[in-house]
Design a protein around this ligand. Structure first.
Ligand code: FES
Length: 378
């Protein structure tokens, strides 16, 4: 053993001899690592609809299973999968429990004019296949930063991730206090009502308050919107508890305003945005002199087409059959990143761009609006 260290350290010669005598490691570590990553974080899942539950007149839960009943990849309560259909995709939060990986439940509510929600509700049947991403997203509980006493403000199908969090607490017997304040238009629109009531009755740490905007005469619960007064009346002082918010787009600015009135710090509020902003022109930095409905020209390689300025670039590309990888469709995950080689886009407030994205002309196409003719590199 002629290694220079062998003479200078006690035992070094023996260690080197031991190393030399070992059978060389010829395993393909890259392949093994790839297989492990694909098991836990697959890019795509091919699932089958095993059951459909009609939750309300406007919402259904689709139970999805993997091939041969294999367990599905683990997820954290609050995460979503992106569903691919009809040349586009939409993210849907998983409403089932992370403790039960034989299925994922996706609870879908009709969105007026919604291309994918209506398609799924009207056409998806038991036995149909559905292609999704693996579970994704950062809207989940983090005990280190969020604490064990949390509030969740939900509107409409925004109750889906809350349901998963509640089922997680029940199935895993978590020592967590969870208060759901759930706003619906009418009592008939309350999704999971019976199960939520039953869980709250059986678990003192879980409290559920439904608030109805347009009540029937027999409704005896709180009424109206999720105003600061209503929230405070139900939750008491927030005392810096983490507040999660999930629901239709309009809920976010509204809830932020109401929570700010209650003195809640912005960093103690977590949002799950559902899609691009409905009206990007309402954002403060939309240029004042630009007509949102006018069309501009988008050029990708040899293809050029016209699209209105107020259509998200990702949607405009998909309209032309140009596929860009996407998941959250709300500016967060960065999968839909493209480079604007020429021209300008309005980056919505929701876009979580990095400094380098801005420096080198990258944008999150799901929340970028072309305000001039643009050339795009995808
Ligand atoms: S799809 Fe996630 S940032 Fe655009």
């Amino acid at each position: 053993m002629n290694h220079p260290l062998a003479d200078r350290f006690d035992g070094a010669a023996e260690i080197l001899a031991d190393i030399a005598a070992r059978v060389p490691d010829t395993r393909d570590h890259l392949k093994q690592t790839r297989r492990t990553i694909d098991t836990y974080h697959p890019k795509r899942l091919d699932l089958t609809v095993a059951a459909i539950v009609e939750e309300t007149t406007t919402s259904k839960t689709f139970r999805l299973v993997g091939p041969d009943d294999t367990p599905l990849p683990p997820f954290l309560a609050g995460q979503y999968v992106n569903v691919f259909t009809d040349g586009t995709s939409r993210p849907f939060a998983i409403s089932s429990s992370p403790a039960r990986l034989d299925h994922y439940d996706l609870t879908v509510r009709r969105v007026p004019g919604g291309r994918v929600s209506n398609l799924l509700i009207d056409t998806l049947a038991v036995g149909n296949g559905l292609r999704t991403t693996g579970p994704m997203g950062t809207f989940h509980h983090n005990p280190l930063f969020h604490g064990e006493d949390v509030v969740f403000l939900a509107g409409g199908s925004g109750v889906a991730p809350a349901m998963s969090m509640i089922r997680d607490i029940v199935d895993n017997d978590l020592d967590r206090t969870f208060q759901l304040v759930y706003g619906s238009r009418s009592a008939h629109d309350i999704i999971f009502r019976d199960e939520l009531d039953a869980i709250a009755a059986a678990h003192p740490g879980i409290r559920v308050d439904c608030v109805v905007a347009d009540p029937d005469p027999e409704w005896d619960g709180p009424i109206g919107f999720l105003t600061a007064d209503t929230i405070a009346g139900l939750t008491g002082a927030l005392n810096d508890r983490m507040v999660y918010v999930c629901g239709p787009q309009a809920l976010y600015p509204y809830a932020l305003e109401q929570l700010a009135m209650l003195g809640q710090r912005r960093r103690r509020i977590r949002f799950e945005a559902n899609g691009a902003p409905a009206d990007p022109t309402a954002q403060p930095h939309w240029p004042a002199d630009v007509d949102a409905s006018e069309e501009v020209t988008v050029t990708v390689g040899a293809t050029s087409f016209r699209t209105p300025r107020n259509r998200p670039l990702l949607d405009a590309l998909e309209d032309r059959g140009i596929q860009v990888e996407a998941a959250c469709r709300s500016g967060e995950c960065s999968l839909c990143r493209v480079r604007i080689c020429k021209g300008a886009v309005h980056n919505a407030d929701e876009a979580r761009l990095r400094l380098s994205d801005k420096q080198f002309g990258y944008t999150h196409s799901c929340v970028a609006y072309p305000i001039t003719d643009v050339e795009v590199d995808i």
